[in-house]
Design a protein around this ligand. Structure first.
Ligand code: 3NM
Length: 232
């Protein structure tokens, strides 16, 4: 269950408030994000686009240096060519400069980024959340989508919070339906059916794709599965 009192929420959920003058980011014309790979190189972006992925994220874990800028510029060009929605993790200035479709901000980045600049440039915005308190704050900003994580234990990223599990994931969909949602964290191929049944609009994955023996086969299978599910 959820903590009964605000004081019982772990302190990681009580970051300073963002500058909340800003509300409302680009609306996704098609709210289903479907299979949403999160990758760390231009090569992976290219691969995903070739498989027909329509929404994806470039998550470079590096400072906004020349190499990062070159990667973002190339990835944006590739995504535009394929008419795909590419979200850039964290590097919001470079995302604006190179005309990315959107920016994805984690809780660590949310309070430093200039949300006004992102909104005025017309970029979409995705926000990571790790519990009820963060979710409520994210909703107030009216982002383009909200990521809910981590659902299961993951080895890809050190998480200060505990896995949220499927029951909470499902409860979050009841709490709000206006903003599209994406589940992330420890989602393997075999867990996709259960995650979809919670009502999310997309499933973000790192290792289930990038560490797969045959990433293309896995991605194509999951894309088909999600298309079938959403067509019901
Ligand atoms: N963000 P995998 S979990 C990048 O909960 C990331 O905000 C998370 O990797 C969050 O699919 C996560 O390999 C890692 O578990 C997801």
């Amino acid at each position: 269950g959820w903590p009964e009192k605000l004081a019982d929420f772990p302190t990681y959920q009580l970051n300073p408030e963002p500058t909340p003058a800003v509300r409302g980011f680009a609306t996704l014309t098609s709210r289903r994000l479907g299979l949403y790979p999160v990758v760390d190189t231009v090569e992976w972006v290219q691969q995903c686009l070739q498989w027909g992925i329509t929404t994806l994220q470039l998550r470079l874990k590096r400072p906004p240096d020349e190499e990062a800028e070159a990667a973002i510029q190339q990835a944006v060009a590739l995504a535009n060519h394929h008419q795909a929605r590419l979200f850039i993790n964290d590097h919001w200035q470079l995302a604006i400069k190179h005309g990315a479709f959107g920016v994805h901000l984690g809780q660590e980045d949310l309070y430093d980024a200039d949300l006004n600049a992102i909104q005025q440039a017309g970029l979409a915005l995705g926000i990571s959340t790790h519990g009820y308190a963060e979710l409520l704050r994210a909703i107030r900003l009216c982002p383009s989508y909200i990521a809910l994580g981590h659902i299961f234990a993951t080895r890809t990223k050190d998480m200060p919070s505990s896995p949220q599990g499927l029951a909470r994931l499902k409860a979050y969909q009841v709490l709000q339906q206006s903003i599209p949602t994406v589940a992330i964290g420890g989602i393997s191929q075999s867990r996709v059916d259960k995650v979809l049944a919670c009502g999310v609009d997309g499933i973000a994955m790192v290792s289930a794709i990038t560490a797969a023996e045959n990433p293309q086969q896995v991605a194509k299978g999951l894309m088909e599965k999600m298309e079938r599910y959403y067509a019901q």
